[in-house]
Design a protein around this ligand. Structure first.
Ligand SMILES: Cc1cc2nc3c(=O)[nH]c(=O)nc-3n(C[C@H](O)[C@H](O)[C@H](O)COP(=O)(O)OP(=O)(O)OC[C@H]3O[C@@H](n4cnc5c(N)ncnc54)[C@H](O)[C@@H]3O)c2cc1C
Length: 405
């Protein structure tokens, strides 16, 4: 073991997109940052459909990682009612190569001055009033590393969160995805399939990805009824009413991973902060975690860097720094309640009747006008307020929104 500890302002565990973005933001503000990544390279293995919204893309300016643009979606009810939203030419979201994207975000952190240790992970941590002392395994060697602040950006199964007993995300979905060539889709549109047999409580997707498609499904474990997400994808592709679209598909790769959707109660602790998936930030409506992770960093970065500079990193001070992220929690809670009302708590008949209403031209106009993948709550509330057939649901929504959380 190297007995001279290396000294840093901040150690970030996890060089994924959120750890890389946070490292850049902190290094740009003059902090001395070390990123630890347990793998030998950045961005591998990845578990992601690759959707990055224009707002998040603007923050990093990595347009060269875009494989295709998505203008809208074709959404299908359990019996096959189609709702097509979006307008040709108006980009709703980008589909990126996650490996290139993650590498580039981390490179931006390094260009700003942060240091990256690959093949490195913490194996022990001690925290006192002045510092965080980490024992780090780097390759076969053990190092002592000291910092003022420890950031856990180490993903859904965060070592930092588990080791320091910081709680659990409200929902931990399971996602499974395969990459195929030969899917019959419509250029520029992603397809979403619903129904108990295909994606109980949520939806399956087919996302255009340059020359291939990403076919996946996500679900809450309690809704799976003993099936795996892999079996659901197989059902969609081989036995569902949509199987013809998949007849010529050839598989190139498969991935499975968790989606933590529900900010943990306290993503801070004395000298410790959790960011991104580690904090449970993925969206309950889509599972997207990159946009909310970037937003979390932006909301706290100035106060956080001031606190690090002044070494004011008590639990009380970090709680104050984290106050702005309560807005993300409120949005997550509302979007989860709306998701449950419109999709997750519905049986197939109810879903069909919702799709029948969604498919009316005036409702599609409303969705096109107000829909925003990043912020679905305003659209959900408008649907309840402005579409008379959703009045029953609006009443239920009132009760849902008033429930204590
Ligand atoms: C099937 C699926 C599809 C998805 N599709 C989308 C999508 O289309 N769009 C979207 O925005 N999000 C999507 N997500 C979610 C998205 O992948 C995550 O929200 C996002 O990657 C979170 O970034 P992060 O940096 O917080 O964590 P991660 O990307 O998980 O990065 C964490 C990093 O920490 C490293 N690490 C972990 N533990 C340690 C340790 N102990 N020591 C050192 N390093 C460690 C990991 O190797 C990794 O590099 C999807 C997820 C799944 C499962």
């Amino acid at each position: 073991m190297d007995s001279n500890p290396s000294l840093w302002d901040v150690v970030v565990v996890g060089a994924g997109p959120i750890g890389g973005y946070a490292a850049r933001m902190m290094a740009e503000r003059g902090l001395n940052v070390l990123m630890l990544e347990e793998h030998l390279e950045i961005g591998k293995p990845f578990q992601c459909a690759g959707l990055v919204n224009p707002g998040a893309m603007k923050k990093v300016g990595l347009e060269h990682t875009i494989l295709s643009d998505v203008f809208g979606a074709r959404m299908y009810s359990p019996t096959g009612i189609e709702v097509k939203i979006g307008r040709e030419g108006s980009v709703r979201t980008h589909v990126v190569c996650r490996k290139l994207f993650d590498e580039a975000v981390v490179r931006q952190g390094m260009q700003a001055g942060a240091t990256l240790w690959l093949d490195s992970r913490p194996v022990d941590v001690e925290i006192d009033d002045q510092r965080v002392c980490l024992t780090v395994k780097r390759g076969d060697q053990i190092f002592n590393v000291e910092s003022r602040l420890l950031v856990g950006a180490d993903g859904a199964h965060s070592w930092v969160r588990r080791t320091l007993r910081m709680g659990r995300p409200k929902e931990m979905m399971i996602g499974f995805q395969i990459e195929v060539s030969g899917y019959i889709g419509e250029s520029g549109y992603l397809d979403m399939y619903t129904g108990q047999d295909i994606a109980p409580g949520l939806f399956a997707w087919a996302i255009p990805n340059g020359r291939t498609h990403r076919i996946g499904v996500w679900s809450r474990p309690e809704d799976l009824g003993g099936r795996s997400c892999e079996q659901l994808v197989e059902y969609l592709m081989k036995d569902s009413q949509w199987s013809e679209r998949f007849e010529n598909c050839r598989e190139n790769a498969r991935f499975c991973g968790p989606l933590p959707c529900g900010l943990i109660q306290r993503p801070w602790k004395q000298r410790v902060l959790l960011l991104g998936d580690a904090a449970g930030l993925a969206k309950p409506t889509t599972g997207g975690g990159i946009g909310p992770g970037f937003e979390q960093v932006d909301l706290i970065i100035e106060d956080l860097c001031n606190a690090v500079n002044r070494n004011h990193l008590s639990e009380k001070n970090l709680k104050k720094v984290c106050k702005p992220i309560q807005s993300i929690r409120k949005r997550q809670d509302k979007s989860r309640a709306l998701r449950n009302l419109f999709v997750t708590s519905c049986n197939d008949d109810e879903l069909d009747s919702h799709f029948e209403i969604f498919s009316r031209p005036e409702v599609i106009d409303l969705i096109n006008e107000e829909g925003d993948i990043e912020k679905p709550v305003p659209l959900g509330i408008s649907l309840l307020r402005k579409v008379p057939d959703f009045r029953g649901l609006a009443f239920k929504a009132g009760i849902e929104m008033l429930k204590p959380r």
